[in-house]
Design a protein around this ligand. Structure first.
Ligand SMILES: Cc1cc2nc3c(=O)[nH]c(=O)nc-3n(C[C@H](O)[C@H](O)[C@H](O)COP(=O)(O)OP(=O)(O)OC[C@H]3O[C@@H](n4cnc5c(N)ncnc54)[C@H](O)[C@@H]3O)c2cc1C
Length: 387
């Protein structure tokens, strides 16, 4: 037992520090403007692409770094610490590309992965619909046979990187529902005839990441666009979530750590009642609770990453449960830590001079996407009760 899942190895530390420096230099400086203007921070994406970060977790045969999930969680934390909007772009991109790498045909991998690895293209993942977020089986986007090919019709909602992505993994029903059977995953280029971007969302946080509708109006997809087995995509989608949920936890930790650092430095300098605010024990306890939350959240994320990577470990929670625990805990911690950071800055926390109000707005969605935290608790509860 090396404990490496919890404590970074020297190589991981060195790599993390390189990513941290890169993000401080080339990503963080764009974060405030991306939030204020709602524009995608292309320069930040390009900086990650130039440094080879977009493909760190993708297979070596396509030029990727083949990093394990624990290492990837460290990268995600650093990018999110600098800019949450850039981090969600990276997470969805890498998740979609990883799903294609694991389940796609040789031709699909050759077509998409080399450019995904370098960051030349961004990839998106289109599963949710306006009436079907938590309840994935309720999707109504359908793909119907058209000779050897398929015609996909439906509207996907809240899709990250809408209008930026070069291709989307699209979940569609190919057999009558409802239920989890009969769903098929397709890889669909953004310029496919009949695909358009609908309404863009105006969001509380992650404002630099475009979120919008993807309208599929009889989009023709060849038989070679099917990812994995036709009809078997529900399992693919759930497997995708086991890997991505701990990474949402890592994203949450990055944002929370950024808010914590601002608050810690602020109270050390701020005067009240003839002392530094940091001298009050009530404030020290708040900072201590924030640090305890961050440390336990990071430990949970690394543990889940190790369990998911191993495909399960005897005597430990199964991957879906470990992923759910890490996601729920880390994102709840992030909401509490960012809210406390605003509190510790007083009035200065509520205005935009310091980034903590942005961090608090960004943190909220981590409790919602990739399965709400109620859904995570449902997963844990069902397993506890053997249901
Ligand atoms: C910024 C952003 C980016 C996103 N990016 C993507 C993307 O790239 N691709 C994609 O496919 N989707 C994406 N989503 C969609 C996201 O995954 C869903 O919003 C999320 O899964 C929740 O679904 P919903 O919004 O339909 O909420 P609902 O499912 O309608 O939930 C409403 C409330 O009911 C609760 N609830 C539902 N079921 C249960 C239950 N069984 N037990 C207890 N409580 C329950 C929920 O927890 C929630 O509080 C994104 C969303 C946002 C906000």
């Amino acid at each position: 037992m090396t404990g490496a899942a919890f404590v970074p190895t020297p190589d991981q530390r060195e790599f993390r520090d390189v990513v941290r420096a890169l993000c401080a230099d080339k990503v963080e400086p764009n974060a405030e403007a991306a939030d204020r203007t709602g524009r995608f921070p292309q320069a930040s994406w390009q900086a990650l692409a130039d440094a080879g970060i977009c493909g760190v977790a993708l297979p070596a045969e396509h030029g990727g770094g083949a990093a394990d999930l624990t290492t990837w969680s460290m990268v995600v934390e650093e990018v999110a610490h600098a800019c949450a909007a850039t981090a969600v772009t990276l997470l969805v991109h890498a998740g979609a590309a990883a799903a294609l790498a694991r389940l796609g045909s040789e031709a699909q991998r050759r077509e998409w992965l080399p450019r995904a690895v370098t960051g030349e293209i961004v990839m998106g993942y289109a599963q949710s619909e306006s009436h079907a977020g938590s309840d994935v089986a309720a999707i109504t986007t359908r793909a119907e046979r058209d000779g050897d090919a398929w015609r996909i019709t439906g509207v996907k909602s809240w899709i990250t990187s809408a209008g930026v992505a070069a291709a989307y993994l699209v979940l569609a029903r190919t057999e009558a529902g409802p239920g989890t059977r009969g769903m098929t995953m397709f890889v669909v280029p953004a310029d496919a005839g009949g695909l358009s971007v609908g309404k863009y969302e105006s969001k509380m946080g992650l404002r630099g990441s475009p979120t919008g509708e993807i309208i599929l109006d009889g989009v023709r997809a060849g038989a070679d666009a099917v990812v994995g087995e036709p009809g078997g995509a529900f399992g693919i989608a759930m497997g995708f979530l086991n890997r991505s949920r701990p990474m949402v936890g890592a994203q949450a930790i990055g944002v929370a750590r950024a808010a914590f650092e601002v608050a810690r430095d602020y109270v050390a300098e701020r005067d009240a009642f003839g002392r530094k605010v940091a001298d009050f024990q009530g404030v020290q306890f708040m900072l201590a609770d924030m640090a305890i939350g961050l440390e336990t959240a990071r430990a949970m994320v690394r543990r889940a990453a190790a369990i998911v990577d191993a495909g399960g470990v005897d005597g430990e929670p199964e991957p879906a449960v470990a992923a759910a625990i890490a996601k729920a805990h880390a994102t709840d911690v992030a909401m509490a830590v960012t809210t406390d950071a605003v509190q510790l800055l007083g009035g200065a926390g509520y205005v935009t001079d310091f980034a903590v109000e942005r961090h608090m707005r960004d943190a909220k969605v981590f409790q919602i996407y990739e399965g709400t935290n109620q859904i995570q608790r449902w997963i844990v509860g069902r397993r506890l009760l053997g249901r």
